[in-house]
Design a protein around this ligand. Structure first.
Ligand code: C2E
Ligand code: MG
Ligand code: MG
Ligand code: MG
Length: 290
């Protein structure tokens, strides 16, 4: 009896592995198709200057609206893309689309729209990152100072030599470098002085209870002070309430990003936001009135 149950168990278990493998395989095939057939979209979320309230730039966030399954989060399909060898194409497409958009907004008179693009670990260690970035900048015409790449602590720590070379190459081109989800990696702080970093983004897990939890408040305050002392710009992520925003502003944080100001939105909706919140020129203002 026990043996029988055991066998059933095993069969059930292996079936579920098959199911998962099949689901994964289907997802890969669907993602490949989406890449080929314009099934992905780049959304944009503004980063807001806490002194002026104006948007200083946008973060590009990829979206996949699956024909049957609906919206799939990038946290779920970026790993699939990495394993399926699709990440290079996907990343290049996102970067190209985002840079072209920033260039278009700037040309329309929106002023300087800085564009932040997330890098994947694979992309970072592929060895041709600087080449890809140079290519994208050349083909879109976006000035390098308007591109910012976001990387996480984990990516930076894997291989210090590769990291330093890649970051110095990007830096040499005039691209700026942000550390995303700061405070959540298991790394020492030594890398902050070792690498040419420009921006620290305080992870939203610290921002969430910033106004109510003294520990989170202390951590956020310390990150802000440290970033400023190192000459870095500091951005609070995941700001959802006025209290969180007030805390960041009062404690000297430079910029904020979160649902309170704006959710990530399609290019069209993000443009509407820019028209209202950027250091807009007369030309852009006139268009906004039309
Ligand atoms: P991330 O780079 O840390 O991006 C911020 C995430 O927080 C985004 O999730 C954004 O929609 C979400 N968010 C923004 N404001 C708020 C808020 O006030 N509250 C809450 N709860 N969430 C907020 P999203 O778009 O689902 O992206 C998840 C992650 O996927 C990103 O985290 C990034 O690591 C990765 N990702 C997104 N787009 C790309 C891409 O084009 N390439 C790569 N390699 N990774 C990407
Ligand atoms: Mg990011
Ligand atoms: Mg983040
Ligand atoms: Mg994240």
């Amino acid at each position: 009896k026990a043996k029988e149950e055991g066998r059933n168990c095993i069969r059930f278990y292996s079936n579920s592995i098959n199911d998962r493998a099949l689901a994964r395989f289907t997802l890969e095939a669907d993602l490949r198709k989406a890449l080929d057939e314009d099934g992905l979209e780049v959304y944009y979320q503004p980063q807001v200057d806490l002194r002026t309230g104006k948007a200083t730039g946008m973060e590009a966030l990829v979206r996949w609206n699956h024909p049957q399954r609906g919206f799939i989060s990038p946290s779920d399909f970026i790993p699939v893309a990495e394993e399926a060898g699709l990440i290079d194409g996907l990343s290049r497409w996102v970067m190209h689309t985002a840079c072209a958009q920033a260039r278009a907004w700037s040309q329309q008179g929106a002023g300087e729209v800085r564009m932040a693009v997330n890098l994947s670990a694979r992309q970072f260690y592929a060895g041709n990152l600087a080449h890809v970035v140079a290519d994208v900048l050349a083909s879109t015409g976006l000035p390098s100072r308007l591109l910012e790449v976001e990387l996480t602590e984990g990516m930076v720590m894997k291989d210090p030599k590769v990291t330093l070379d890649a970051l110095e190459a990007l830096k040499g081109m005039g691209v700026s470098i942000a550390v995303d989800d700061f405070g959540t990696g298991y790394s020492s702080l030594a890398y902050l002085k070792k690498y040419p970093l420009d921006v620290l983004k305080i992870d939203r897990s610290f921002v969430r209870d910033i106004a109510t939890d003294p520990d989170d408040a202390a951590i956020a305050r310390a990150i802000i002070v440290m970033a400023k002392s190192l000459g870095m710009v500091v951005i609070g992520e995941g700001v959802e309430t006025e209290q969180q925003l007030a805390f960041l502003r009062e404690n000297g944080c430079d910029q904020a990003q979160g649902y309170l100001m704006a959710r990530p939105a399609s290019a069209g909706d993000a443009e509407k936001y820019l028209r209202g919140h950027l250091l807009i020129t007369d030309h852009f203002r006139k268009q906004a009135v039309d």
